[in-house]
Design a protein around this ligand. Structure first.
Ligand SMILES: Cc1cc2nc3c(=O)[nH]c(=O)nc-3n(C[C@H](O)[C@H](O)[C@H](O)COP(=O)(O)O)c2cc1C
Length: 197
């Protein structure tokens, strides 16, 4: 009998503790505004082979953001992008920093000042952000904006590229960023965007 009473009290205590934890978690969750709450968001991206483009479109769609593509005037062909060929366009640009000043169709976004958050996407080239994004970064003032980078790559991580973009950019509260596989799954993209909104 005594054993039953002890077990009953223990059971009540455990249920009580679990309920308290659940209520506390819910309250915390509800009272912490996410990064995109009530913010005007723009997804800016460059993509040479459409992988980053697909991810960018899905991100913009999931959060209902506007979208802007960074486009080189002289677009990269498949031959240009063949990094296994020593004198391909990307190989030459990689070897000589002076060749990385890529002219863009447009560096300015309509109503740039109205955006609070910029989600900034690009492929990784030789461990860095693909350099066609550089002229966009240096042509715009990110002061007062939160910048959340994302990239696609085969295996490289995003950290190195974010550090360099942050140094290159004027202003902006640059966040950690997110790397996706070239063929990122919809669920992974949705899970990430859900953590922001
Ligand atoms: C010139 C070049 C260099 C690349 N360098 C890397 C690299 O250093 N690390 C990596 O993981 N992937 C690298 N990749 C693979 C791309 O990052 C990956 O395929 C990316 O998803 C391409 O995005 P996009 O289709 O939007 O251009 C490279 C691709 C190219 C064309």
């Amino acid at each position: 009998m005594r054993r039953k009473i002890v077990l009953l009290i223990l059971g009540i205590l455990i249920i009580g503790a679990v309920s308290l934890l659940f209520i506390r978690n819910r309250t915390l969750h509800e009272s912490t505004p996410k990064i995109l709450t009530d913010k005007k968001v723009l997804v800016v991206y460059f993509s040479a082979q459409n992988h980053t483009k697909e991810v960018a479109k899905k991100i913009a769609n999931n959060i209902g953001a506007d979208i802007f593509e960074i486009e080189p005037v002289d677009k990269y062909t498949d031959d240009d992008l063949d990094w296994t060929v020593i004198d391909s366009r990307v190989s030459r640009e990689n070897e000589d920093a002076n060749l990385r000043n890529i002219e863009l169709v447009k560096t300015k976004v309509d109503n740039w000042d109205s955006y609070d958050v910029i989600l900034f996407g690009y492929p990784i080239w030789w461990g860095e952000a693909a350099w066609p994004v550089n002229n966009f970064i240096t042509s715009n003032d990110f002061t007062g904006k939160t910048v959340i980078p994302f990239c696609t790559s085969v295996s490289s991580s995003i950290e190195n590229s974010v550090k360099k973009l942050k140094e290159m950019a004027k202003g902006g509260d640059w966040r950690e960023g997110k790397r996706f596989d070239s063929n990122a799954k919809d669920e992974e993209i949705k899970m990430w965007t859900d953590t922001l909104k």
